[in-house]
Design a protein around this ligand. Sequence first.
Ligand code: Z5A
Length: 205
Amino acid sequence: MNKGRFITIDGVEGAGKSTQIDLICSYLQRKGIKVVRTREPGGTDVGEKIRSVLLDVDNQEMHSDTELLLMFSSRNELIQNKIIPALNNGSWVVSDRFTDASFAYQGGGRMLNLDRIAKLEEWVLGDFQPDLTLLLDISVEIGMTRIEARAAKDRIELEERAFFERVRSVFISRSEAFPKRIKLIDASGTINDIHEKIRLLVDSI
Ligand code: Z5A
């Protein structure tokens, strides 16, 4: 049996990740490909419990290292219990966020040491990496405007604008450092135009 492919999608809030994942999954399914959709933090029973802790606005005092470790704990659970079994079963896995988000949010946003994050990445992932990462790039301002209508912000969404500017900047640096894997897509266009660009990239792996 053919091994599946692992696609991740990332970017700042409101970049359109969920919107584009809906379209990618439908497109792959129309091609007869089995698709497993997941998200980070979360995606497993244990991971979703970790997500609740991470995004709970009552946990304002959480130490940044704890936040980072919880992201990787959720990730370990997801890789071991969901992603690898699905890929071995021939399914394609599409994940809303993955390790690049830890570099961007905890490294950029929280200003944690990027080398320490890389050590955790090595520990939890080893050589395992997505086949393709779609980085939806949009200005923090437009992203925030898009999600303004939402009822309540989670713990991380409460951060100030400078935090998200640092997040965006690390995402862009990573797309420059790993150009074969991470494809930066201008996410300010129409939903259909963005999907068309993504479709071509997905067809190429
Ligand atoms: N996090 C972390 O810190 N470290 C980590 O390692 C990981 C995660 C893995 C999880 O949130 C939080 O965890 C996140 C990062 C952190 N924190 N924050 N803040 P999440 O990923 O579940 O949710 P999110 O990042 O906040 O995503 P989002 O706000 O749901 O945005 P989105 O999925 O990218 O956008 P959307 O829902 O598809 O679209 C938003 C709106 O814009 C919606 O009304 C759409 O109809 C509209 N839209 C979408 N595309 C377009 C275009 N092209 N034009 C116009 N309007 C559009």
